[in-house]
Design a protein around this ligand. Sequence first.
Ligand code: SF4
Ligand code: SF4
Length: 321
Amino acid sequence: MKDTLPRLISTDFPPQRRGKLEVLQANITLTCNQSCFHCHVASSPKRKEAMSHETLQLLLDMLDRHPSIHTLDVTGGAPELHPEFRWLVTEARRRGVEVIDRCNLTILCEPGQEDTAEFLAQQGVKVVASLPCYSAENVNAQRGDGVFDASIEGLQKLNALGYGKQGSGLELDLVYNPLGASLPPPQPQLEKAYKEQLKEHFDIEFNQLYTLTNMPIQRFGSTLISKGGFDDYMKLLKDNFNPSTLPGLMCLNTLSVDYLGQVHDCDFNQQLKLSLGNAKEPVYLKDLLDADLAGSPIRIADHCYGCTAGQGSSCGGALVS
Ligand code: SF4
Ligand code: SF4
């Protein structure tokens, strides 16, 4: 895989500083039952890296020490494959913190995971699930053969438990990202189309659609370099820079923790191995238990333009309408 960082590190992106810490995002395993082309963490069934029990405990300690953190956002890989996923979720919910499970849907039908959807519902976990299109052809092209049918089965399972249904309190949000080197279409219009198509063809309901811009890093960035499209894609991102997205950047209120317990300004910086702020050496969660990071600088590079192009992009979808 080609390294995109040397092409990103010199930047004219506007400097950013942290605000109040509200979201702790943790990548607890790189193991995944899929190996998608666009995956910005390069997960696959071959990856075995996973967060230790000690670091999982540090996440909970962080919640205890920082009452401003209202959400634990659990990601991977397929986070459900971590042997202590359920313990972590239960402990975080016991503390009254909202838990997000970044779920790939197909995991819900894998052997040994048959009761995962029930567990998520019992704990009141918010499910954010990738479904890059409502057409089987496009989903299978991006994520692999058979992924669309398994994703639909996963969604139907969640719906049957109340997820995505009005008044259930069980939130189910879907995530779209473009198949190639283009910006996502407007989020509200695409959400309307998703809702109509999924209801009509599969009787599926969900709450919100998040549109995400592909980041010029990892597999996607490497492929752009191989095919000679990297500079054009960066130009597209920069030409569409939208300053009104800056106040919504997720790095302003989120800390991203990797499976080793190292801390980064966001999940993308984690994948680029860019340490928190201006640190030259890795920064560990164990050293931040009592830290107040508000006002400290954020590590930026040219990939940050992926968060500010057009309507903007974050773990919660578009930043402006
Ligand atoms: S399902 Fe998600 S984590 Fe797994 S390979 Fe695909 S994009 Fe990566
Ligand atoms: S890539 Fe990360 S650091 Fe850069 S603007 Fe986006 S969230 Fe912030």
